[in-house]
Design a protein around this ligand. Structure first.
Ligand SMILES: Cc1cc2nc3c(=O)[nH]c(=O)nc-3n(C[C@H](O)[C@H](O)[C@H](O)COP(=O)(O)OP(=O)(O)OC[C@H]3O[C@@H](n4cnc5c(N)ncnc54)[C@H](O)[C@@H]3O)c2cc1C
Length: 530
């Protein structure tokens, strides 16, 4: 085992660190629970053609009724995580790390690739103003955004959203718009100046979805299976990079290991854990420990190592509104079988008055199950089914994200039973922007209404951050330096969302990844010098 550098976790942050070490010719060891207990279903062609000739029970419901888990268990998992094929991504999380939550929806992944095995792959660069509350400059992230973009293959366009997302020369062509998304985009483009004056901007998303074959992975075939499977080649999953690194002997990957804590002996960092297969103890030493276990698990690992059951750390997530967007002119139209069933467009609202910036992801619904709407309509079950069937071909959904900082943070602590406890207060969101967005959508021929807009429980955005804020000068045990080092813990680095003391309304993972790669680059230089 390469004892110089150990990364814990194979998710977006862990693999980005490994890619940083690859650039410097250093071979790290990755320790990971790394569940791969994936079910398979041999699908082919297009979802809508496939379903004509095949039984869908295995793909959509599953022998353990995973597909109905929200209805049966009263949970609110995103559709991708209720797919039986994707259940491995979160299946053992309660056994590995029990959670107690109040007013916060929390999920952890112990899978190979982590939560990104189920993500929407919206990959956005933070600009300078979004980093202003952190000792991190966009110029120091840019080379790593670029390098990751080349590894991942990000599609998009330098359009009206370039002032928010940045101009990016590495982009692949954008994903083809669905009929409804194209309609909306055309309506926006016709009156662009008026919308822009009111702070509304629409353009293509930046997504880790291939529109050209890239690094041995096939381009998107518009088959609508994206919700149902996690190993679709055109949607980036960190496991794809991990597999390449393993094949090229650029990492040593040890899966089946749950890391519980670290301590120190004779100047070495000792990592303590267990082998998942038989619960036998696991121990190893290292000079540099990179914590990439995801914000929630990192909090647990750090608090456990410090044997601290008293401290409450802050926890952030983007407050989220789910906005149904109804396009009456599509009522009664046939289903758009070859649409791309994930994010088609982004809407940015930038308040002309105070500069508040919110980001909306406009999502096509041809891939997710229609059952997600089942409880959203007010009628009887039978009526609701009819309604869903009638209007689903004329619906889009917009996820509208708000920024988050310590003022609206929840708290997370480790209790004496080794459970993470997360408590969140109710957040009242500024709804002024919503009115403006609703009006703007109306001007584009799309209807929605504040009464059918739902504020998700905090945590539902799954953009966890903020537990170990990055500070230019650290003073507490639960802060990290600009180079990711945990205060008072030489050689221990945090590279996941934990160190983000403030999150903008953009999905944060690409910035976590660039920051992780940047920290790995710094550590490589240090290791080389020594
Ligand atoms: C449905 C869904 C959609 C999403 N969409 C987007 C999106 O479009 N854009 C975006 O930016 N973000 C999105 N996210 C969020 C994004 O997936 C996460 O921010 C990101 O994956 C976090 O990566 P991570 O590596 O920090 O942590 P995780 O993904 O949580 O990975 C943690 C890794 O550490 C390992 N691990 C954990 N604890 C231990 C331990 N104690 N010992 C050993 N190994 C351990 C796990 O096995 C896993 O490999 C989405 C998430 C979901 C679920």
């Amino acid at each position: 085992m390469n004892k110089k550098i150990v990364i814990i976790g194979s998710g977006a942050s862990g693999i980005s660190a490994a890619l940083g070490f690859e650039k410097k010719g250093i071979v790290p060891t990755i320790l990971d629970v790394g569940d791969t207990n994936k079910k398979t279903c041999n699908v082919s062609g297009n979802l809508y053609d496939y379903r004509k000739n095949n039984e869908l029970f295995d793909l959509m419901i599953g022998e353990n009724l995973e597909g109905l888990s929200n209805i049966l268990n009263g949970t609110s998992l995103p559709p991708k995580l209720t797919s039986p094929m994707n259940n491995y991504i979160i299946s053992d999380h309660k056994e590995h790390s029990p959670l107690k939550t109040s007013n916060f929806s929390a999920i952890q992944s112990f899978a190979i690739g982590g939560l990104a095995a189920a993500w929407g792959a919206g990959l956005y660069r933070y600009n300078e103003s979004e980093l202003q509350n952190m000792p991190l400059r966009s110029a120091s992230l840019n080379p790593f955004y670029d390098a990751l973009s080349k590894e991942i293959g990000i599609s998009g366009q330098n359009d009206d959203l370039a002032p928010f997302f940045g101009n990016d020369d590495t982009l692949l062509p954008p994903v083809r718009l669905s009929g409804k998304a194209e309609y909306l985009y055309k309506k926006y483009s016709k009156k662009r100046d008026k919308f822009n004056k009111n702070g509304i901007f629409i353009g293509y998303p930046r997504i880790g979805v291939l529109t050209k074959n890239h690094k041995g992975r096939d381009k998107c075939n518009y088959s609508n299976f994206e919700t149902w499977l996690s190993d679709i080649p055109w949607v980036y999953n960190p496991a794809q990079s991990l597999n390449r690194l393993i094949k090229e002997d650029k990492v040593i990957y040890r899966k089946g290991i749950y890391v519980e804590s670290w301590n120190r002996k004779n100047g070495k960092i000792i990592i303590n854990g267990k082998n998942i297969s038989d619960n036998s103890p696991f121990k190893t030493t290292t000079d540099n420990l990179i914590i990439a276990t995801g914000t929630l698990n990192s909090a647990k690992l750090i608090l456990s190592s410090k044997k601290d059951t008293l401290t409450k750390l802050p926890i952030l997530d983007n407050p989220l509104l789910q906005i149904p967007v109804f396009l009456p002119s599509f009522l009664g139209s046939p289903i758009d079988k070859s649409a791309f069933g994930m994010t088609n467009l982004n809407l940015i609202f930038k308040s002309p008055e105070n500069g508040t910036t919110l980001q909306g992801s406009i999502i096509e619904l041809t891939s997710p199950p229609r059952s997600v709407f089942f409880e959203k309509f007010p009628a009887s079950s039978v009526m609701n089914l009819k309604l869903i069937k009638m209007i689903s071909t004329s619906l889009l959904a917009m996820f509208l994200y708000y920024p988050s900082s310590k003022n609206d943070a929840g708290s997370i602590r480790l209790n004496k039973n080794n459970e993470l406890e997360i408590v969140q207060k109710n957040l009242i969101l500024d709804k002024q922007p919503v009115k403006k967005i609703v009006n703007a959508l109306f001007g584009m021929g799309a209807l929605t209404h504040p009464l059918i807009i739902e504020q998700s429980m905090q945590g539902y955005a799954i953009h966890y951050a903020g537990t170990i804020p990055m500070k230019s000068k650290t003073t507490s045990d639960y802060e990290s330096s600009p180079d990711g080092e945990l205060h008072g813990e030489s050689g221990i680095y945090i590279v996941d969302g934990s160190s983000f003391s403030h999150i903008s309304s953009k999905n944060l993972s690409f910035t976590i990844m660039a920051n992780s790669m940047r920290i790995a680059d710094k550590i490589s230089d240090k290791v080389r010098r020594n």
